[in-house]
Design a protein around this ligand. Structure first.
Ligand code: BMA
Length: 321
């Protein structure tokens, strides 16, 4: 099964000559009432490749009704945040939370470095942090939640607490080897008593298995509750650095148990806006929402633009089961 692409893709393109001039991609999504709020990663220069977050609002027919003139969330150098990347949005007990990546050193991706002839910088680990979001204007930093010894991206929170604890999926890229029981970067689950807080009780949920995910896997948007289980859209990367999207189903009560996952990707780079951009051959899902029976997946195309693809939820679940 494949996701269907929205006919008016890309839904957001780079704009102006400042903070979002070069790339806008990897967008979080949250439906509030009859609006879909998008927070997207925006890049305005290649040398340092600092990303900030922009905010866009769409109606349920995907007409753009607002786009911020300025970034709504900026890195804070006093906190060793050089860049804010790949946001994910989730509502838990009536509050909106955003998980995001912070990188402490400037680091354009290798495709961009090669074009500019820049050397590979020595990089400190990226980490994932959480902010409480109010009205998509106020972002209250609640701190880093990933373990101090882990290089992290792709942290998402479940939309519900379990036994009073927050539940997260994360992808510690350097937790590989005998000690960790995985030999490639995998998706792990962990718990938090509160936020701010630190994750504990880590378990592996999903390892790379298929050819198209042979290098690593990482969570996409936060898991979505269905009567059959938690639906997780994730990305897989192969040795050619092609990013594709797959779907998995996790047990409702014991979400560390994988019920099923698609053996083939549901979305892969085919369109020019997914094949050619700042980093070629990338679809990178980071947002999900439901409209009626339709599941909408928001994703970045080639680290350049924001896009959407969709499927009927019953068809997707039947396919998984
Ligand atoms: C990942 C992240 C994403 C990016 C992807 C493809 O490691 O940096 O933000 O979209 O690589 O370059």
């Amino acid at each position: 099964m494949k996701l269907e692409r929205y006919e008016n893709n890309p839904i957001l393109k780079p704009r102006g000559d400042d903070w979002e001039a070069l790339a806008v991609f990897n967008c979080a999504a949250l439906k509030v009432g009859d609006k879909i709020h998008i927070l997207y990663r925006a890049v305005g220069e290649y040398l340092q490749y600092v990303s900030r977050l922009g905010h866009a609002v769409f109606d349920l027919r995907l007409n753009l009704i607002h786009r911020s003139e300025k970034p709504v969330f900026n890195p804070d150098l006093r906190l060793w945040e050089m860049s804010i990347e790949d946001p994910r949005l989730v509502e838990i007990d009536g509050e909106i939370y955003m998980t995001y990546v912070t990188t402490p050193t400037p680091a354009p991706p290798s495709a961009v470095r090669m074009k500019l002839g820049l050397p590979k910088p020595k990089q400190a680990y990226s980490r994932c942090a959480v902010a409480r979001v109010r009205e998509f204007k106020e972002f209250e930093r609640l701190g880093t939640i990933t373990p101090y010894d882990a290089e992290e991206r792709n942290t998402v929170l479940f939309p519900e607490k379990m036994d009073g604890r927050f539940v997260a999926l994360h992808r510690p890229a350097n937790w590989v080897g005998e000690k960790y029981s995985v030999d490639k970067p995998s998706i792990w689950i962990a718990f938090l008593d509160k936020i701010p807080g630190i994750m504990y009780d880590h378990r592996v949920v999903m390892k790379p298995e298929e050819d198209w995910e042979s290098l690593k896997v990482g969570a996409g948007p936060p898991p979505m509750k269905t009567d059959k289980g938690w639906l997780l859209i994730y990305h897989g990367v192969d040795y050619e650095m092609t990013y594709r999207a797959g779907v998995a189903l996790l047990d409702l009560e014991k979400p560390w148990i994988l019920i099923s996952k698609t053996s083939k990707p549901v979305l892969e780079p085919e369109m020019s806006y997914e094949r050619f951009g700042d980093v070629p051959n990338v679809v990178f899902p980071t947002g999900v929402t439901m409209i009626g029976e339709k599941l909408l997946v928001f994703y970045g195309g080639a680290d350049k633009v924001c896009c959407m693809a969709y499927a009927r939820i019953d068809e997707l679940l039947n396919h998984l089961l």
